[in-house]
Design a protein around this ligand. Structure first.
Ligand SMILES: Nc1ncnc2c1ncn2[C@@H]1O[C@H](COP(=O)(O)OP(=O)(O)OP(=O)(O)O)[C@@H](O)[C@H]1O
Length: 275
């Protein structure tokens, strides 16, 4: 396959082993033989019980972690951590990456400045992004002067201003209260609908996964986590995440996926109690 062909992300037969926590001479297999694709423009969520290996997979996709075996291709091109991180991707993690010493606008344009975009030009783009995420006029506030929801908006602008082809999101809204979270989910969907980036979204919240995605992949409990289910979400778009949750089609899908997930969640819970 030549570069720029193929899915946005193709994780093939990925296995990740770490030194075991209780005995560093032993290996702990976090993820085993996992194959996962994200097509161009597709919104895929990965759900699974706590500690199962979701973040590990995302770090592999980001090029931040080299798998013990298996390959990653980004638009048909092999991702080799030796060559650096996945440059086609933007990230949003649970903890935002805002710099407390920079005000809102300077946080939004940080990535552009690192890339060498002249400040005046970066500021124009930054102001436009502040408007798009509903923060027009808040550019001079510092992160500590903003609410959790505002900080997430700022982080979203900070990521999207670099127009990545792929968005890698690791429970980006989990720290928010339910209402703010649903507002942010709707905003994410609206922004995504504008140019349909390819998204890999990690969450332990099945409702959030279904409401946002085209496809939900369910992971087994660890160790040796692997996908145990792959469900297409054919709910109509545009979606309002709080309304779609009430529809019979959503509830049917939730029931179906939860049936696949439940045993794994219970397994992970028992394991956690045993530690
Ligand atoms: N660098 C590492 N060294 C050793 N063990 C690790 C490392 N990174 C992850 N692990 C282990 O691998 C397993 C999977 O971790 P990971 O963070 O990917 O899970 P997760 O599904 O994202 O968890 P959560 O839902 O709690 O965020 C865990 O048991 C974790 O302790």
């Amino acid at each position: 396959m030549t570069p720029n062909e193929g899915p946005a992300l193709a994780l093939a037969d990925i296995t990740c082993r770490f030194a075991a926590r209780d005995d560093a001479s032993k290996a702990y297999t976090a993820v085993a033989n996992t194959t996962l694709n994200v097509a161009r423009g597709e919104f895929v969520s990965v759900v699974g019980p706590t500690g199962c290996g979701k973040s590990t997979l995302l770090n592999v996709a980001a090029g931040l972690l080299e798998p013990s075996s298996g390959t990653v291709e980004v638009f048909g091109e092999r991702l080799l951590p030796a060559n650096g991180v996945n440059r086609r991707a933007g990230y949003m993690f649970q903890a935002d990456a805002l710099m407390p010493w920079r005000n809102g606008i300077d946080n939004v344009i940080a990535g552009l400045e690192f890339r060498g975009v002249p400040r005046a030009e970066a500021l124009v783009q930054g102001e436009a992004w502040l408007r798009r995420v509903g923060l027009a006029g808040f550019g001079d506030r510092y992160p500590h002067q903003m609410s959790g929801g505002m900080r997430k908006r700022l982080a979203l602008a900070q990521t999207l201003i670099l127009s990545p082809d792929i968005l890698l999101m690791d429970e980006p809204f989990s720290a928010l209260d339910v209402q703010t979270r649903q507002l942010m989910e709707n905003e994410l969907l609206a922004l995504w609908a504008e140019d349909r980036k390819s998204v890999l979204f990690i969450t332990h919240d099945l409702e959030e996964a279904i409401a946002l995605s085209d496809r939900v992949v369910v992971l087994s409990a660890g160790p040796a986590t692997r996908p145990i289910g792959d469900f297409r979400v054919d709910l109509p778009r545009p979606r309002d995440v709080s309304e779609i949750r009430m529809t019979p089609a959503f509830l049917d899908l939730h029931r179906e996926i939860w049936a696949a997930m439940k045993e794994e969640v219970l397994k992970a819970y028992e394991q956690q109690k045993a530690v």
